[in-house]
Design a protein around this ligand. Structure first.
Ligand SMILES: [Zn+2]
Length: 261
C-alpha cells in the first residue's frame, strides 16, 4: 500500500492524461491512496465530483483538501475564508486545509499579504480541527515565525520539502511532517537528500505533486501518482530501509496526520 500524499488530478488531466488510465496505472503499482490537493477554491466542486466518480468505479481511496495558495494573496475575494470554511466543513472527503503557505520566489502580493492569508487559514484549520498542507518557497524564516505565532493545532506537513536538515529539525520540533517529492531523486538535490537520510522515519511522507516534478527516471514528462514508486525506492536506498517498509511507514504516517481510518 502506497499513499501519494499530494497530487493534482485535474491538472494531470489538463496536461492530456486520461484520468481513468492514470488511476489504473496507480493501482497496478500499489498506489491505492491519493490526496488530491486544492490549488484554489473555484474548482472545488469540479474536483469533488471527479473524485466521487473515480471512487465509484475503482478500488482507489482518494481524499481531498481545500485551501487558498499564496498566489491569491493579492487577488482575494470578499468571502474567501467563508467559502473555505464551508467547503472544508461540509465535505467528508476533505482531510486538510491546503495547499497554503508562502512563496517569495514569485512575490505574489507583498510578504505581509501572504502571511496574513496564511494566518487566517490556520485559524480556519484550527476551528475545524484539520491539519494543514504547507507550500513554501524562499520563505523559510517567515514560515517558521508564522507557525510559531499561529500554531496549527492538528499539525501539518511541508509538502515537496526542498530545504535542508536544519530546517527539517525546526519543523520536527514544531510537530510537523515533511513530504518528499520527485525532486528528492535529482542529482543536485544534496540538501534534500541529506534531510531525507537523517529525518526520523515516523515524520516522513511521500508525494508526487503530479503533474509536476516527475522523478529523475521520468524527468520532463507529465508526472502521475504511479511514478511515486521511484521516489519511494530512492528514499529506501538513502535510508537503508527496505522498500516495503518505506511504503508502509509513509502510509501509516499519512493516515495518522490526516486522521484517515
Ligand atoms: Zn502541489
Amino acid at each position: 500500500m502506497i499513499f501519494d500524499s499530494h497530487c493534482h488530478l485535474l491538472l494531470i488531466e489538463e496536461k492530456g492524461k486520461e484520468l481513468f488510465n492514470v488511476i489504473e496505472k496507480s493501482l497496478s503499482n500499489n498506489v491505492n491512496h491519493l490526496l488530491d490537493v486544492s490549488v484554489g477554491l473555484d474548482d472545488f466542486f469540479k474536483r469533488l465530483s471527479k473524485i466521487e466518480k473515480i471512487r465509484e468505479k475503482s478500488e482507489i481511496s482518494i481524499f481531498t483538501s481545500s485551501g487558498i495558495p499564496p498566489f491569491f494573496a493579492d487577488k482575494r475575494k470578499k468571502d474567501d475564508l467563508d467559502t473555505l470554511y464551508r467547503q472544508a466543513r461540509d465535505n467528508k472527503l476533505v482531510v486538510a486545509i491546503g495547499e497554503i503557505g508562502l512563496d517569495y520566489y514569485y512575490n505574489y502580493g507583498s510578504h505581509e499579504l501572504q502571511i496574513k492569508l496564511l494566518k487566517e487559514q490556520i485559524d480556519v484549520a484550527n476551528s475545524l480541527d484539520l491539519p494543514i498542507i504547507i507550500h513554501t518557497r524562499d520563505s523559510d524564516k517567515d514560515l517558521i515565525d508564522t507557525l510559531r505565532s499561529n500554531p496549527p493545532k492538528m499539525g501539518g506537513v511541508i509538502h515537496c520539502f526542498s530545504s535542508d536538515y536544519a530546517m527539517a529539525k525546526v519543523l520536527f520540533n514544531l510537530g510537523f511532517y515533511i513530504s518528499f517529492s520527485g525532486n528528492l531523486t535529482y542529482k543536485k538535490s544534496y540538501n534534500i537528500q541529506e534531510a531525507a537520510k537523517k529525518a526520523p522515519i515516523d515524520r516522513v511522507l511521500i508525494e508526487t505533486d503530479s503533474p509536476y516534478l516527475a522523478p529523475q527516471k521520468y524527468r520532463g514528462r507529465v508526472n502521475e501518482p504511479a511514478f511515486i514508486v521511484e521516489t519511494a525506492r530512492y528514499l529506501a536506498e538513502l535510508k537503508g530501509i527496505a522498500f516495503e517498509d518505506i511504503c508502509n511507514k509513509t502510509f501509516e504516517n499519512t493516515n495518522r496526520l490526516f486522521r484517515i481510518h
